[in-house]
Design a protein around this ligand. Structure first.
Ligand code: CA
Length: 444
C-alpha cells in the first residue's frame, strides 16, 4: 500500500493558480480521457489539474520536465509514453511506474519548477471548458458488489422483509457480473422499458419502469492484471488497484424485484451505469486511509480476507453526496439540491477484500476493469445512497426545497454524485462530479 511521500506535502502549491484549493490540486492528479471540443479526434489520456487538463500525449513529446532531481527519469519517461498510447498500458506497468510519473508531474507543476519546465507543461495544458470529456479508460468488464450493511438493511425494511440480510453477506463481499457496454460518463439515459408485476397482481405487464432509482457507489479501477488461475492475496490486493471514481448504478426497482430471483439483477440494472470522468489514484488517497475493524456482533473475516495492512489502513475516508436537479429547477436555473450525504468508511467490506474475493477462484481481472462497490449508505436515514431508502420504497416521498416531491425519479431529473477527501493536516482532494439525466422511455 502507498505510504505518504513528497507528493502529499500539504504545503506544496502549483504555479497554476486554479489548481490551488480546487478539487484537483497537485496532490491529486487524477487520470481521464479528453479531446478538443468539437473535433472528432482520438481520445487522449489526460490528467486534471485545477480548471485545466494536462494532455499526456503532448507531454510525452517533451523531455526537460523529466530530467530534474527527484525524478526517476527513465521510468517516468516510459510511464508517460505508455499513458500516451493507452491508459491501460500505464495501468499494467504497476505501482513503481505509477509513482514515478506522479512524482514527475507533481514536481513539474509545483510552484518552484523552472521556467523551462513550466513552459513545457503549458504547451500540454487545455482548459476543461474547451475539452470534451470521455470515459476515463476503455473498460473491459464490470462487476458490481454489494458491501453496505446499512443499504442492505434499509432496502429490506423498505420492501417489507424486516431488514433481513442474507447470511452470506457477513462472510464475504458478494457481487454479480454486470455489463461494461452501457457504462458511460455524463449519460442522458432513457427510462428503461421492462417487465414488472404490480402489488396484488397475478400477471406482469410490460412498459416504462415506474420505479427508477440511482445508487451512489464508488468505482474501483483495476491496474495490474492477474493471470487466469492466480488468485490475488490480501497483501498484494491494493497493488492491483489503480484508483477510484464515482459510479451511479441506475436501477429500475420494479423490473429488478420481479426478475431478480433466482439469478440476480439483469434488465433492472443493465440499461445504464454512469461514471465520473476522473480516476483518483490510490497513491493520491494515501492520506485518507482508516483502520479496518469488525464489530463484535459480526463474524470476523476468514483469514484469506484478513491481513495486517487491512487492519492498519484498509478503509477509506471519502465524503460522498447525492444531489437532484429536477426539470423545473433546470428551467429556473436553480442548481441541483443535495438530498443525501454519507461516507465510504461505512462499507462492511474494503476494496482489497473485493479484489481478493473476485479472484479467489482464479478469475482474471484486467487493466481497466471496473468493480462497483455497491451502494454506499451510512447508519442514519439521511445518509442513504438510493431513493428507495430515502423515500421508503415510495411510502414516504421526499420533499424538495421548491415543494416538489419524489418517490422515485421522474423524466427530466438529473443526479449529481460528488466525492471529497478532507483531513486535518492534508490538502483536500475531490473526485469531481458523476452526472446523469433521465429522459423519457424509448419504446420498441
Ligand atoms: Ca449496485
Amino acid at each position: 500500500m502507498n505510504s505518504l511521500n513528497l507528493t502529499h506535502d500539504p504545503k506544496a502549491r502549483s504555479w497554476l493558480a486554479s489548481a490551488n484549493g480546487s478539487d484537483f490540486p497537485i496532490q491529486n492528479l487524477p487520470y481521464g480521457r479528453c479531446r478538443r471540443l468539437g473535433r472528432q479526434e482520438a481520445w487522449r489520456c489526460c490528467v486534471a489539474i485545477g480548471d485545466q487538463v494536462l494532455d499526456l500525449t503532448l507531454l510525452a513529446t517533451q523531455s526537460a520536465w523529466l530530467s530534474v532531481p527527484g525524478v526517476n527519469t527513465a521510468l517516468a519517461a516510459a510511464a508517460v509514453q505508455a499513458a500516451s498510447r493507452d491508459l491501460r498500458d500505464l495501468m499494467r506497468m504497476g505501482t513503481d511506474a505509477w509513482h514515478a510519473l506522479r512524482v514527475a508531474m507533481f514536481l513539474a507543476l509545483r510552484e518552484d519548477a523552472s521556467s523551462d519546465v513550466q513552459q513545457q507543461l503549458k504547451t500540454a495544458l487545455l482548459a476543461q471548458s474547451e475539452a470534451e470529456i470521455g470515459m476515463p479508460v476503455q473498460v473491459g468488464e464490470y462487476t458490481d458488489f454489494y458491501t453496505s450493511l446499512h443499504h442492505a438493511r434499509n432496502v429490506g425494511m423498505a420492501i417489507g422483509n424486516g431488514g433481513q440480510v442474507a447470511p452470506n453477506f457477513f462472510w464475504m463481499p458478494i457481487a454479480y457480473h454486470g455489463r461494461a457496454s452501457s457504462l458511460g460518463v455524463q449519460q442522458r439515459l432513457h427510462r428503461p422499458m421492462g417487465q414488472a408485476i404490480a402489488p396484488g397482481q397475478e400477471q406482469p405487464t410490460y412498459g416504462p419502469s415506474q420505479r427508477l432509482d440511482y445508487e451512489l457507489e464508488m468505482a474501483i479501477y483495476i491496474g495490474q492484471d492477474n493471470d487466469w488461475g492466480s488468485p490475488v492475496a490480501m497483501d498484494r490486493a491494493e497493488s492491483h488497484i489503480f484508483g477510484m471514481g464515482l459510479l451511479n448504478d441506475w436501477s429500475a426497482r420494479d423490473i429488478q424485484f420481479w426478475e431478480m430471483a433466482p439469478l440476480g439483477p439483469f434488465q433492472g440494472k443493465n440499461f445504464a451505469t454512469s461514471l465520473s470522468p476522473w480516476i483518483v489514484t490510490m497513491e493520491a488517497l494515501a492520506p485518507f486511509r482508516l483502520p479496518f475493524s469488525r464489530a463484535d456482533e459480526h463474524p470476523q473475516p476468514l483469514p484469506y480476507l484478513d491481513g495486517q495492512d487491512l487492519r492498519s489502513h484498509g478503509g477509506l475516508d471519502i465524503g460522498l453526496s447525492v444531489s437532484l436537479q429536477t426539470a423545473k429547477m433546470r428551467e429556473l436555473g436553480s442548481p441541483a439540491q443535495e438530498i443525501s450525504k454519507t461516507n465510504f468508511k461505512y462499507q462492511h467490506w474494503c476494496v482489497s477484500q473485493m479484489v481478493v474475493q473476485h479472484t479467489a477462484g482464479g478469475c482474471n481481472l484486467h487493466a481497466g476493469d471496473v468493480l462497483g462497490t455497491g451502494t454506499v449508505s451510512g447508519p442514519t436515514a439521511p445518509e442513504a445512497g438510493a431513493i428507495i431508502e430515502l423515500a421508503k420504497a415510495g411510502k414516504e416521498p421526499i420533499t424538495l426545497g421548491n415543494g416538489e416531491q419524489r418517490s422515485f425519479l421522474l423524466d427530466g431529473d438529473a443526479i449529481v454524485l460528488r466525492g471529497v477527501c478532507e483531513r486535518e493536516g492534508h490538502v483536500r482532494i475531490g473526485f469531481g462530479e458523476c452526472v446523469g439525466e433521465v429522459l423519457p422511455a424509448e419504446t420498441n
